[in-house]
Design a protein around this ligand. Structure first.
Ligand SMILES: NC(=O)c1ccc[n+]([C@@H]2O[C@H](COP(=O)([O-])OP(=O)(O)OC[C@H]3O[C@@H](n4cnc5c(N)ncnc54)[C@H](O)[C@@H]3O)[C@@H](O)[C@H]2O)c1
Length: 443
Protein backbone atom coordinates (compact mmCIF):
# COMPACT_ATOMS: atom_id res chain seq x y z
CA UNK A 1 0.00 0.00 0.00
CA UNK A 2 1.08 3.59 -0.51
CA UNK A 3 1.23 5.38 2.80
CA UNK A 4 2.15 8.84 4.03
CA UNK A 5 3.23 9.37 7.63
CA UNK A 6 3.15 13.02 8.71
CA UNK A 7 5.64 13.62 11.52
CA UNK A 8 8.99 11.83 11.81
CA UNK A 9 9.26 11.73 15.61
CA UNK A 10 9.35 8.75 17.99
CA UNK A 11 5.99 7.50 16.73
CA UNK A 12 6.00 8.66 13.10
CA UNK A 13 9.46 7.37 12.27
CA UNK A 14 8.85 3.97 13.87
CA UNK A 15 5.45 3.68 12.14
CA UNK A 16 7.00 4.61 8.79
CA UNK A 17 9.94 2.20 9.15
CA UNK A 18 7.77 -0.72 10.30
CA UNK A 19 5.17 -0.31 7.55
CA UNK A 20 7.99 -0.08 5.00
CA UNK A 21 9.56 -3.21 6.50
CA UNK A 22 6.31 -5.03 5.73
CA UNK A 23 6.62 -4.06 2.06
CA UNK A 24 4.52 -0.90 1.89
CA UNK A 25 5.75 2.19 0.08
CA UNK A 26 5.99 4.90 2.70
CA UNK A 27 6.69 8.63 2.51
CA UNK A 28 7.52 10.24 5.82
CA UNK A 29 6.91 14.00 5.96
CA UNK A 30 8.34 16.37 8.53
CA UNK A 31 8.51 20.17 8.60
CA UNK A 32 11.93 19.99 10.25
CA UNK A 33 14.28 20.28 7.27
CA UNK A 34 17.40 19.36 9.25
CA UNK A 35 15.70 16.17 10.45
CA UNK A 36 14.67 15.18 6.93
CA UNK A 37 18.16 15.88 5.56
CA UNK A 38 19.74 13.82 8.33
CA UNK A 39 17.35 10.92 7.70
CA UNK A 40 18.20 10.94 4.02
CA UNK A 41 21.85 10.57 5.00
CA UNK A 42 20.95 7.61 7.22
CA UNK A 43 21.33 9.57 10.46
CA UNK A 44 18.56 8.86 12.96
CA UNK A 45 17.66 11.93 15.02
CA UNK A 46 16.55 9.92 18.07
CA UNK A 47 17.94 7.00 20.05
CA UNK A 48 15.67 4.02 19.59
CA UNK A 49 17.28 0.57 19.61
CA UNK A 50 17.17 -1.11 16.18
CA UNK A 51 15.54 1.81 14.38
CA UNK A 52 18.63 2.83 12.43
CA UNK A 53 18.84 -0.57 10.70
CA UNK A 54 15.18 -0.50 9.71
CA UNK A 55 15.35 3.05 8.38
CA UNK A 56 18.58 2.49 6.42
CA UNK A 57 17.45 -0.82 4.91
CA UNK A 58 14.06 0.43 3.76
CA UNK A 59 15.45 3.74 2.52
CA UNK A 60 18.08 1.91 0.46
CA UNK A 61 15.43 -0.49 -0.88
CA UNK A 62 13.27 2.45 -2.02
CA UNK A 63 10.35 1.64 0.21
CA UNK A 64 10.89 4.53 2.62
CA UNK A 65 11.25 8.17 1.56
CA UNK A 66 11.63 11.40 3.49
CA UNK A 67 10.44 14.86 2.49
CA UNK A 68 9.33 18.23 3.82
CA UNK A 69 6.83 18.52 0.99
CA UNK A 70 3.40 17.35 2.13
CA UNK A 71 1.48 17.87 -1.14
CA UNK A 72 2.99 15.08 -3.28
CA UNK A 73 3.09 12.73 -0.29
CA UNK A 74 -0.66 13.21 0.20
CA UNK A 75 -1.44 12.91 -3.48
CA UNK A 76 0.36 9.63 -4.03
CA UNK A 77 -0.89 7.92 -0.85
CA UNK A 78 -4.17 6.22 -0.08
CA UNK A 79 -3.69 6.19 3.68
CA UNK A 80 -2.27 9.21 5.52
CA UNK A 81 -1.20 8.87 9.16
CA UNK A 82 -1.02 12.01 11.30
CA UNK A 83 1.77 11.43 13.84
CA UNK A 84 2.70 14.95 14.93
CA UNK A 85 3.02 16.05 18.55
CA UNK A 86 0.09 16.87 20.82
CA UNK A 87 1.83 18.63 23.72
CA UNK A 88 0.15 19.96 26.81
CA UNK A 89 -1.50 23.36 26.42
CA UNK A 90 -1.46 25.98 29.17
CA UNK A 91 -4.82 24.86 30.58
CA UNK A 92 -3.79 21.18 30.66
CA UNK A 93 -5.71 20.24 27.50
CA UNK A 94 -3.99 18.69 24.49
CA UNK A 95 -2.68 21.30 22.06
CA UNK A 96 -4.14 20.18 18.74
CA UNK A 97 -2.71 22.97 16.63
CA UNK A 98 -0.19 20.70 14.86
CA UNK A 99 -2.77 17.99 14.16
CA UNK A 100 -5.28 20.48 12.79
CA UNK A 101 -2.60 22.24 10.72
CA UNK A 102 -1.77 18.90 9.08
CA UNK A 103 -5.50 18.24 8.51
CA UNK A 104 -5.81 21.65 6.85
CA UNK A 105 -2.80 20.93 4.65
CA UNK A 106 -4.26 17.56 3.65
CA UNK A 107 -7.53 19.28 2.69
CA UNK A 108 -5.58 21.79 0.60
CA UNK A 109 -3.71 19.15 -1.37
CA UNK A 110 -5.76 15.94 -1.60
CA UNK A 111 -6.80 15.03 -5.09
CA UNK A 112 -9.07 12.02 -4.53
CA UNK A 113 -10.37 9.59 -1.89
CA UNK A 114 -8.11 9.33 1.20
CA UNK A 115 -8.14 7.57 4.53
CA UNK A 116 -6.80 9.91 7.21
CA UNK A 117 -5.59 8.13 10.33
CA UNK A 118 -5.11 9.80 13.71
CA UNK A 119 -1.98 8.14 15.09
CA UNK A 120 -1.20 10.99 17.48
CA UNK A 121 -2.83 10.76 20.90
CA UNK A 122 -5.82 13.08 20.64
CA UNK A 123 -8.85 13.73 22.84
CA UNK A 124 -12.34 12.55 22.12
CA UNK A 125 -13.88 14.62 19.36
CA UNK A 126 -10.66 15.30 17.44
CA UNK A 127 -11.60 13.08 14.49
CA UNK A 128 -14.74 15.19 14.09
CA UNK A 129 -12.60 18.34 14.15
CA UNK A 130 -10.20 16.88 11.59
CA UNK A 131 -13.18 16.04 9.36
CA UNK A 132 -14.54 19.58 9.73
CA UNK A 133 -11.22 21.24 8.90
CA UNK A 134 -10.65 19.09 5.80
CA UNK A 135 -14.21 19.70 4.61
CA UNK A 136 -13.70 23.47 5.01
CA UNK A 137 -10.56 23.34 2.91
CA UNK A 138 -12.21 21.23 0.22
CA UNK A 139 -15.18 23.60 0.09
CA UNK A 140 -12.84 26.55 -0.26
CA UNK A 141 -11.31 24.79 -3.25
CA UNK A 142 -14.73 23.90 -4.69
CA UNK A 143 -13.86 20.18 -4.42
CA UNK A 144 -15.89 17.34 -2.92
CA UNK A 145 -13.45 14.43 -2.64
CA UNK A 146 -14.57 11.74 -0.24
CA UNK A 147 -12.44 10.80 2.73
CA UNK A 148 -12.63 8.84 5.99
CA UNK A 149 -11.10 9.70 9.33
CA UNK A 150 -9.89 6.79 11.44
CA UNK A 151 -8.56 6.73 15.00
CA UNK A 152 -5.66 4.31 15.40
CA UNK A 153 -3.89 5.17 18.66
CA UNK A 154 -0.34 3.99 19.16
CA UNK A 155 0.72 1.95 22.20
CA UNK A 156 4.47 1.59 21.53
CA UNK A 157 6.94 2.32 24.30
CA UNK A 158 10.11 4.30 23.68
CA UNK A 159 13.10 1.99 24.12
CA UNK A 160 11.23 -1.05 22.76
CA UNK A 161 9.26 0.78 20.09
CA UNK A 162 10.16 -1.47 17.16
CA UNK A 163 9.27 -4.65 18.99
CA UNK A 164 6.05 -3.13 20.26
CA UNK A 165 5.08 -2.03 16.76
CA UNK A 166 6.07 -5.26 15.05
CA UNK A 167 4.47 -7.48 17.70
CA UNK A 168 1.68 -5.42 19.23
CA UNK A 169 -0.51 -6.72 22.08
CA UNK A 170 -3.45 -5.40 20.07
CA UNK A 171 -4.31 -2.89 17.40
CA UNK A 172 -7.15 -0.49 18.12
CA UNK A 173 -8.99 0.98 15.15
CA UNK A 174 -11.88 3.38 15.47
CA UNK A 175 -13.83 3.87 12.28
CA UNK A 176 -17.39 4.18 11.08
CA UNK A 177 -17.18 2.31 7.77
CA UNK A 178 -16.78 -1.45 7.27
CA UNK A 179 -14.74 -1.05 4.10
CA UNK A 180 -12.26 1.18 5.91
CA UNK A 181 -12.12 -1.35 8.74
CA UNK A 182 -11.23 -4.01 6.17
CA UNK A 183 -8.52 -1.78 4.72
CA UNK A 184 -7.00 -1.27 8.17
CA UNK A 185 -7.17 -5.03 8.83
CA UNK A 186 -5.29 -5.65 5.59
CA UNK A 187 -2.66 -3.05 6.46
CA UNK A 188 -2.07 -4.49 9.94
CA UNK A 189 -2.48 -8.14 8.91
CA UNK A 190 1.28 -8.86 8.72
CA UNK A 191 1.75 -7.59 12.30
CA UNK A 192 -0.97 -9.86 13.70
CA UNK A 193 0.20 -13.29 12.70
CA UNK A 194 0.22 -14.68 16.25
CA UNK A 195 -3.40 -14.07 17.09
CA UNK A 196 -3.18 -10.67 18.70
CA UNK A 197 -6.50 -8.98 18.10
CA UNK A 198 -7.35 -6.02 15.93
CA UNK A 199 -10.14 -4.38 17.84
CA UNK A 200 -12.52 -2.40 15.68
CA UNK A 201 -14.68 0.12 17.48
CA UNK A 202 -16.25 3.52 16.96
CA UNK A 203 -13.94 6.51 16.64
CA UNK A 204 -14.77 8.12 19.99
CA UNK A 205 -14.12 4.87 21.89
CA UNK A 206 -10.75 4.45 20.14
CA UNK A 207 -9.76 8.01 21.03
CA UNK A 208 -10.67 7.41 24.67
CA UNK A 209 -9.02 3.96 24.79
CA UNK A 210 -5.55 5.46 24.44
CA UNK A 211 -6.08 7.88 27.33
CA UNK A 212 -7.68 5.17 29.46
CA UNK A 213 -4.68 2.87 28.89
CA UNK A 214 -2.15 5.55 29.83
CA UNK A 215 -4.22 6.71 32.79
CA UNK A 216 -4.44 3.16 34.14
CA UNK A 217 -0.69 2.61 33.87
CA UNK A 218 0.10 6.01 35.40
CA UNK A 219 -2.30 5.24 38.24
CA UNK A 220 -0.59 1.90 38.83
CA UNK A 221 2.74 3.71 39.23
CA UNK A 222 1.26 6.25 41.64
CA UNK A 223 -0.44 3.46 43.55
CA UNK A 224 2.82 1.64 44.26
CA UNK A 225 4.51 4.92 45.12
CA UNK A 226 1.78 5.67 47.62
CA UNK A 227 2.23 2.20 49.15
CA UNK A 228 6.02 2.85 49.25
CA UNK A 229 5.37 6.06 51.16
CA UNK A 230 3.25 4.12 53.66
CA UNK A 231 6.10 1.58 53.89
CA UNK A 232 8.52 4.35 54.81
CA UNK A 233 6.31 5.25 57.77
CA UNK A 234 5.55 1.72 58.95
CA UNK A 235 8.84 -0.04 58.33
CA UNK A 236 7.25 -2.48 55.86
CA UNK A 237 9.56 -3.55 53.04
CA UNK A 238 8.23 -2.20 49.72
CA UNK A 239 10.14 -4.81 47.74
CA UNK A 240 8.36 -7.61 49.57
CA UNK A 241 4.99 -5.88 49.42
CA UNK A 242 5.45 -5.39 45.68
CA UNK A 243 6.23 -9.07 45.21
CA UNK A 244 3.36 -10.03 47.45
CA UNK A 245 0.77 -8.13 45.45
CA UNK A 246 2.35 -8.40 41.98
CA UNK A 247 2.21 -12.19 42.00
CA UNK A 248 -1.59 -11.96 42.06
CA UNK A 249 -2.54 -12.35 38.40
CA UNK A 250 -5.36 -9.86 38.81
CA UNK A 251 -2.77 -7.23 39.72
CA UNK A 252 0.35 -8.30 37.81
CA UNK A 253 3.88 -7.13 38.60
CA UNK A 254 4.44 -4.78 35.64
CA UNK A 255 4.34 -1.03 36.23
CA UNK A 256 4.58 -1.69 39.93
CA UNK A 257 8.04 -0.33 40.66
CA UNK A 258 8.34 2.41 43.26
CA UNK A 259 10.46 5.33 42.14
CA UNK A 260 10.56 9.00 41.26
CA UNK A 261 7.23 8.76 39.46
CA UNK A 262 6.27 8.81 35.84
CA UNK A 263 7.60 11.31 33.32
CA UNK A 264 8.09 11.29 29.59
CA UNK A 265 6.27 12.65 26.62
CA UNK A 266 3.00 10.79 27.24
CA UNK A 267 1.77 10.02 30.76
CA UNK A 268 2.02 13.52 32.27
CA UNK A 269 0.39 15.32 29.35
CA UNK A 270 -2.16 12.58 28.67
CA UNK A 271 -3.23 12.51 32.32
CA UNK A 272 -3.66 16.29 32.23
CA UNK A 273 -5.60 16.11 28.97
CA UNK A 274 -7.96 13.43 30.28
CA UNK A 275 -8.49 15.36 33.50
CA UNK A 276 -9.24 18.44 31.38
CA UNK A 277 -11.71 16.52 29.19
CA UNK A 278 -13.55 15.09 32.20
CA UNK A 279 -13.66 18.41 34.04
CA UNK A 280 -14.88 20.27 30.96
CA UNK A 281 -17.77 17.78 30.87
CA UNK A 282 -18.59 18.54 34.50
CA UNK A 283 -17.06 15.38 35.98
CA UNK A 284 -14.20 15.74 38.48
CA UNK A 285 -11.97 12.66 37.85
CA UNK A 286 -10.87 11.99 41.43
CA UNK A 287 -8.68 8.95 40.80
CA UNK A 288 -6.78 10.64 37.97
CA UNK A 289 -6.23 13.81 39.98
CA UNK A 290 -5.00 11.82 42.96
CA UNK A 291 -2.59 9.82 40.76
CA UNK A 292 -1.20 13.09 39.38
CA UNK A 293 -0.84 14.61 42.84
CA UNK A 294 1.02 11.53 44.14
CA UNK A 295 3.29 11.68 41.10
CA UNK A 296 4.18 15.32 41.70
CA UNK A 297 4.80 14.65 45.38
CA UNK A 298 7.14 11.77 44.68
CA UNK A 299 9.97 14.01 43.48
CA UNK A 300 9.44 16.45 46.35
CA UNK A 301 9.63 13.66 48.95
CA UNK A 302 12.88 12.34 47.40
CA UNK A 303 14.42 15.81 47.40
CA UNK A 304 13.40 16.31 51.03
CA UNK A 305 15.42 13.22 51.97
CA UNK A 306 18.50 14.66 50.23
CA UNK A 307 17.98 18.08 51.80
CA UNK A 308 17.52 16.57 55.24
CA UNK A 309 20.73 14.51 54.91
CA UNK A 310 22.74 17.62 54.07
CA UNK A 311 20.99 19.61 56.82
CA UNK A 312 19.42 22.03 54.34
CA UNK A 313 22.74 23.20 52.96
CA UNK A 314 24.05 21.89 49.67
CA UNK A 315 26.17 24.93 48.94
CA UNK A 316 29.27 23.77 47.09
CA UNK A 317 28.31 20.09 47.41
CA UNK A 318 29.09 18.00 44.35
CA UNK A 319 26.23 15.71 43.40
CA UNK A 320 26.69 13.01 40.79
CA UNK A 321 23.51 12.22 38.86
CA UNK A 322 23.14 8.89 37.07
CA UNK A 323 20.39 8.86 34.48
CA UNK A 324 18.74 11.82 32.77
CA UNK A 325 16.24 10.31 30.32
CA UNK A 326 12.72 9.76 31.68
CA UNK A 327 13.31 6.01 31.48
CA UNK A 328 16.09 3.69 30.24
CA UNK A 329 16.72 2.91 26.58
CA UNK A 330 15.71 6.33 25.29
CA UNK A 331 17.25 9.77 24.86
CA UNK A 332 13.88 11.42 25.57
CA UNK A 333 14.04 13.84 28.51
CA UNK A 334 10.55 15.30 28.20
CA UNK A 335 9.16 15.63 31.76
CA UNK A 336 12.04 13.50 33.05
CA UNK A 337 12.19 13.38 36.87
CA UNK A 338 15.97 13.98 36.63
CA UNK A 339 15.34 17.51 35.33
CA UNK A 340 13.23 18.42 38.36
CA UNK A 341 15.79 16.87 40.69
CA UNK A 342 18.72 18.69 39.06
CA UNK A 343 16.92 22.07 39.00
CA UNK A 344 16.09 21.78 42.70
CA UNK A 345 19.61 20.67 43.64
CA UNK A 346 21.02 23.63 41.73
CA UNK A 347 18.65 25.98 43.59
CA UNK A 348 19.99 24.51 46.84
CA UNK A 349 23.53 25.42 45.78
CA UNK A 350 24.83 22.02 44.58
CA UNK A 351 27.11 21.38 41.65
CA UNK A 352 26.05 18.58 39.33
CA UNK A 353 28.18 15.97 37.58
CA UNK A 354 25.77 14.09 35.35
CA UNK A 355 26.01 10.97 33.25
CA UNK A 356 23.52 9.26 30.96
CA UNK A 357 24.28 6.79 28.16
CA UNK A 358 22.05 8.59 25.62
CA UNK A 359 20.44 11.73 26.97
CA UNK A 360 23.35 14.08 27.69
CA UNK A 361 23.06 16.07 24.46
CA UNK A 362 19.36 16.77 25.01
CA UNK A 363 19.95 17.66 28.67
CA UNK A 364 22.81 19.99 27.82
CA UNK A 365 20.51 21.82 25.40
CA UNK A 366 17.70 21.91 27.96
CA UNK A 367 19.84 23.27 30.82
CA UNK A 368 21.78 25.75 28.69
CA UNK A 369 25.25 26.80 29.54
CA UNK A 370 25.20 26.38 33.31
CA UNK A 371 28.69 26.39 34.87
CA UNK A 372 27.33 24.43 37.85
CA UNK A 373 26.54 21.45 35.63
CA UNK A 374 29.07 19.22 33.93
CA UNK A 375 28.58 16.04 31.93
CA UNK A 376 30.79 13.02 32.43
CA UNK A 377 31.76 10.57 29.72
CA UNK A 378 31.28 7.62 32.06
CA UNK A 379 29.25 6.78 35.13
CA UNK A 380 32.46 6.49 37.18
CA UNK A 381 33.83 9.83 35.96
CA UNK A 382 30.65 11.48 37.26
CA UNK A 383 31.52 10.20 40.75
CA UNK A 384 34.92 11.88 41.01
CA UNK A 385 34.97 13.96 44.18
CA UNK A 386 31.19 13.66 44.60
CA UNK A 387 29.58 14.18 48.00
CA UNK A 388 26.66 12.00 46.92
CA UNK A 389 25.22 10.05 44.03
CA UNK A 390 21.61 10.49 42.96
CA UNK A 391 20.14 7.80 40.67
CA UNK A 392 17.26 9.01 38.52
CA UNK A 393 16.98 6.43 35.69
CA UNK A 394 17.41 2.67 35.91
CA UNK A 395 19.76 2.08 32.95
CA UNK A 396 20.98 -1.54 33.03
CA UNK A 397 24.60 -0.50 33.38
CA UNK A 398 23.85 1.17 36.72
CA UNK A 399 22.50 -2.07 38.17
CA UNK A 400 25.75 -3.92 38.92
CA UNK A 401 28.47 -1.31 39.32
CA UNK A 402 31.84 -1.79 40.99
CA UNK A 403 30.93 -0.46 44.44
CA UNK A 404 34.52 -0.45 45.73
CA UNK A 405 35.57 1.68 42.77
CA UNK A 406 32.62 3.96 43.40
CA UNK A 407 33.64 4.44 47.01
CA UNK A 408 37.22 5.19 46.07
CA UNK A 409 36.09 7.91 43.65
CA UNK A 410 33.51 9.60 45.84
CA UNK A 411 34.22 12.08 48.61
CA UNK A 412 31.28 10.71 50.57
CA UNK A 413 29.86 7.21 50.03
CA UNK A 414 26.24 8.38 49.95
CA UNK A 415 23.63 7.16 47.45
CA UNK A 416 20.10 8.47 46.98
CA UNK A 417 18.51 5.84 44.79
CA UNK A 418 15.32 7.03 43.07
CA UNK A 419 14.87 3.66 41.36
CA UNK A 420 15.56 1.12 44.14
CA UNK A 421 18.32 -0.64 42.23
CA UNK A 422 20.34 -2.09 45.10
CA UNK A 423 19.97 -4.30 48.15
CA UNK A 424 19.95 -2.05 51.24
CA UNK A 425 21.63 -4.67 53.48
CA UNK A 426 24.44 -5.19 50.98
CA UNK A 427 24.90 -1.43 50.65
CA UNK A 428 25.17 -1.06 54.43
CA UNK A 429 27.81 -3.83 54.54
CA UNK A 430 29.74 -2.08 51.78
CA UNK A 431 29.78 1.06 53.90
CA UNK A 432 27.42 3.24 51.91
CA UNK A 433 24.78 5.51 53.34
CA UNK A 434 22.01 4.26 51.07
CA UNK A 435 18.60 5.92 50.73
CA UNK A 436 15.87 4.46 48.56
CA UNK A 437 12.15 4.88 47.90
CA UNK A 438 9.93 3.48 50.63
CA UNK A 439 12.70 3.23 53.23
CA UNK A 440 11.91 3.79 56.89
CA UNK A 441 13.51 7.05 57.90
CA UNK A 442 14.39 8.40 61.31
CA UNK A 443 11.84 11.02 62.36
N1 LIG B 1 6.61 9.03 22.12
C1 LIG B 1 5.86 8.00 22.49
O1 LIG B 1 6.31 7.08 23.18
C2 LIG B 1 4.42 7.92 22.06
C3 LIG B 1 3.72 6.70 22.19
C4 LIG B 1 2.40 6.65 21.77
C5 LIG B 1 1.76 7.78 21.30
N2 LIG B 1 2.46 8.96 21.20
C6 LIG B 1 1.77 10.12 20.63
O2 LIG B 1 2.20 10.27 19.28
C7 LIG B 1 2.27 11.66 18.94
C8 LIG B 1 3.66 11.99 18.44
O3 LIG B 1 4.56 11.80 19.52
P1 LIG B 1 6.14 11.79 19.29
O4 LIG B 1 6.75 11.44 20.60
O5 LIG B 1 6.45 10.98 18.08
O6 LIG B 1 6.40 13.34 18.96
P2 LIG B 1 7.75 14.00 18.41
O7 LIG B 1 7.74 15.37 18.97
O8 LIG B 1 8.91 13.11 18.67
O9 LIG B 1 7.54 14.06 16.84
C9 LIG B 1 6.62 14.87 16.20
C10 LIG B 1 7.20 15.27 14.84
O10 LIG B 1 6.20 15.96 14.10
C11 LIG B 1 6.85 16.97 13.34
N3 LIG B 1 5.85 17.97 12.94
C12 LIG B 1 5.25 18.94 13.66
N4 LIG B 1 4.37 19.62 12.90
C13 LIG B 1 4.41 19.07 11.67
C14 LIG B 1 3.73 19.31 10.45
N5 LIG B 1 2.81 20.29 10.35
N6 LIG B 1 4.02 18.56 9.39
C15 LIG B 1 4.93 17.56 9.46
N7 LIG B 1 5.62 17.27 10.60
C16 LIG B 1 5.36 18.02 11.69
C17 LIG B 1 7.91 17.50 14.28
O11 LIG B 1 8.93 18.19 13.57
C18 LIG B 1 8.40 16.20 14.92
O12 LIG B 1 9.48 15.66 14.19
C19 LIG B 1 1.83 12.41 20.19
O13 LIG B 1 0.44 12.66 20.11
C20 LIG B 1 2.11 11.44 21.31
O14 LIG B 1 1.29 11.65 22.44
C21 LIG B 1 3.77 9.04 21.55
Amino acid sequence: MKLAIIGAGYVGLVTAACFAEMGNEVICVDTDQAKVEALELGRIPIYEPGLEDYVKRNFQDNRLFFTTDLAPAVQRSLVIFIAVGTPQDQDGSADLSMVLQVARDIGRHMDGYKVIVEKSTVPVGTAAQVRRVITEELEARGEAFEFDVVSNPEFLKEGTALDDFMKPDRIVVGCEDVRVAELMKELYGPFLRTHQPIIIMDVVSAELTKYAANAFLATKISFINEIANICSMTGANIKMVRQGIGSDRRIGNLFLFPGLGYGGSCFPKDMQALIHTARSLGYPPRILEAAEAVNQDQRRIFLEVIRHYFMNDLTGKVVAVWGLSFKPQTDDIREAPALTVISRLLELGARIQAHDPEAMTATRQYLGNNPAVSFAASAYEALEGADALVICTEWTKFREPDFERMKSLMKGPVIFDGRNLYNPDKMAKLGFAYFHIGQKLDP
